[in-house]
Design a protein around this ligand. Structure first.
Ligand code: SF4
Length: 378
């Protein structure tokens, strides 16, 4: 069973279209979108919710729901200028990215998963860079695999900048580890086809090999032979910002053997975030997905080779998926104010296990705590 069995897909009518997050975008399209995937559950549709007890309290949990063991064993190998992990919430709690796992971490992770036994989950491996610490990653995957042997796990996805996967020998071993783990796909961040421009955005630390084009290309070609690779490009001023950039990016990814590309807009921020250097960069460099998509569809070279397949209604994002020649291409945008609204609803839309040992229904390690560290360790 995978998430595809849980998420209803329906023909997209005008009435449905007008009710979606993507309504303004859909209304402006010259091409119609045939179908909609309701990834976010209707609050009134009991079939899309599970009641599950965690720490002695029963919650209503969305289906599908993703579980993230937040990777923060060490600082990230990159320092992306827009990194959402460096956004600071005005509330003042230490962000998850600043927490490091202590000696009780893996036991606490096992305890948290024990509480989730029987609840269908998908694994979403993200946070800082999971592959930067191969030891932590291997131990974490072992625990997740043990859980999957006794409890339903629908999908397994890794979000990565590729740093650990591009290291000779270690990268090959990690790749095989991910194949054995049953990874459904990995989302590989690369924000420009030109390595120097990409480095000006991602700012990999000195000595991190993946920043260089030969190391990156060799890694992608190896990964594409073993795993389903989706390349992720966050569109931005100074990076991929125009139709010509989109076309070049697709051509470049295709030559590396990649057949899926996701173009993503910076998440829209609400006023819960402090006005720090990252928030200002996001504000200044934002390229709106609506306008980029409109621009692409107004360009014959793109529009003549592109066909929409579906729109996805997420709980705080939308995306439009289509075929460009033999590639899957996704245009996506998200909104943190909507995410916070849903997380504050009392229902559980997301599960995050933080390095402080808290299992939360939020990315903030002190908010919507479902299982506190002491209890997990106790
Ligand atoms: S690779 Fe991800 S976690 Fe690392 S700096 Fe970039 S956005 Fe942040």
């Amino acid at each position: 069973m995978s998430e595809r069995n849980v998420i209803p897909i329906q023909p997209l009518t005008d009435a449905i279209s007008a009710s979606l997050f993507a309504a303004p975008v859909l209304a402006g399209l010259r091409k119609s979108v045939p179908a909609v995937a309701f990834r976010a559950p209707d609050p009134a549709d009991e079939e899309r919710w599970r009641r599950h007890a965690i720490g002695g309290r029963t919650y209503r949990v969305a289906q599908p729901v993703t579980f993230t063991p937040y990777a923060s064993a060490q600082p990230c190998s990159a320092r992306c200028r827009f990194c959402s992990e460096t956004l600071i919430e005005a509330g003042g709690a230490r962000p998850s990215s600043a927490l490091r796992p202590g000696p009780g971490y893996f036991a606490a992770l096992e305890s948290a998963l024990e509480q989730l036994r029987g609840l269908p989950l998908s694994y979403s491996l993200s946070g800082l860079e999971t592959t930067d610490d191969a030891g932590w990653m291997g131990a974490m995957l072992d625990i997740l695999a043990q859980h999957a042997a006794v409890s339903p796990v629908l999908n397994r996805v890794l979000y990565t900048n590729g740093a650990g996967l591009a290291v000779a020998q270690q990268g090959e071993a990690l790749t095989e580890r991910l194949v054995d783990f049953g990874l459904d796909w990995l989302e590989l961040s690369r924000h420009h086809f030109d390595a120097a421009t990409n480095q000006s955005i991602m700012r990999f630390r000195p000595g991190v090999q993946v920043q260089h084009q030969p190391a990156f290309s060799a890694m992608v070609q190896r990964l594409a032979g073993r795993l389903n690779v989706k390349m992720v490009c966050i569109v931005q001023e100074g990076g991929v910002a125009q139709t010509a950039d989109v076309l070049r990016y697709l051509e470049w990814a295709h030559a590396l053997g990649v057949r899926s590309v996701i173009f993503r807009e910076f998440s829209k921020l609400d006023d819960s975030y402090k006005d720090n250097v990252t928030a200002r960069y996001i504000g200044n460099a934002r390229v709106s997905m609506d306008s980029l998509l409109a621009q692409c569809l107004a360009t014959t070279e793109f529009a003549d080779s592109f066909a929409f397949e579906q729109v996805t209604e997420g709980y705080y994002f939308w995306n439009l998926v289509g075929r460009f020649r033999d590639m899957n291409v996704t245009f996506e945008a998200s909104d943190y104010s909507q995410m916070h609204r849903q997380h504050n609803s009392g229902d559980v839309y997301k599960l995050v296990f933080h390095a402080n040992g808290n299992l939360c229904a939020d990315w903030n390690p002190e908010r919507h705590v479902l299982l506190a560290a002491e209890r997990a360790n106790g």
